[in-house]
Write a protein that binds this ligand. Structure first.
Ligand code: C2R
Length: 190
């Protein structure tokens, strides 16, 4: 079983890099491909339609602006599709968020936060771990680690030490959203 990480443009690579890095860190086989529902629609449909028979277990799709990639992929497969709206353009990702998350009934795309490539990878890994006890153990170990579930990549992106300093480190993991969020009445609010 492997995971496809699709993105609409080669210019999305940096923002999508945490998905590949996180899956590799967890020992999940993953591949990146650039394709676009707008620019290469036939390639997107072909890839999605043949994904299951080609051994993919899930598809992560990152795109910015008028982000139709995840939806176009979901239209052509019943494998799980996780969408990553990407920042950029005049609306800085809000357009991509709405385009990705607001799918019509019957064709789901599980949408993570704007630029949430790492969470997309973790969500897919958690799906695969339903039937993979060794992967589940690696996820548990990672969640219990000093990076509060954010792993090595967060540190590389400057989110490791800073998040801990802001009170979002180990305590945040233990409490879900951390002591500060609870004090502000935001725990469980979303
Ligand atoms: P370029 O930088 O290549 O012009 O792309 C890409 O994901 C990128 O964020 C600008 C933005 O257009 C996005 N794009 C989509 C799709 N294809 C490309 N949203 C799609 O299929 O949805």
């Amino acid at each position: 079983m492997k995971v496809a990480i699709l993105m609409g443009s080669p210019n999305d690579k940096d923002k999508m890099a945490p998905a590949l890095a996180t899956l590799q860190e967890l020992g999940v086989d993953a591949e990146e491909h650039v394709m676009s529902a707008h620019r290469t629609p036939a390639a997107v449909a072909d890839f999605a339609r043949s994904a299951r028979q080609n051994g993919y277990a899930a598809l992560i799709c990152g795109a910015g602006m008028a982000a139709h990639l995840a939806g176009a992929v979901a239209a052509n497969t019943t494998l799980p599709v996780v969408g990553v709206p990407l920042s950029g353009g005049a609306l800085n990702g809000v357009d991509a968020l709405y385009a990705t998350v607001q799918m019509p009934r019957g064709v789901p795309v599980a949408t993570v936060a704007i630029d949430g490539a790492m969470n997309a990878a973790l969500l897919v890994a958690q799906m695969l771990a339903i039937t993979d006890a060794a992967l589940a153990a690696r996820l548990d170990e990672r969640r219990a680690g000093p990076q509060a579930g954010q792993g090595v990549q967060a540190t590389q992106a400057g989110q490791g030490v800073q998040a801990t300093q802001a009170g979002q480190g180990v305590q945040a993991t233990q409490a879900g959203q951390g002591v500060q969020a609870t004090q502000a009445g935001q725990a469980g609010g979303r």
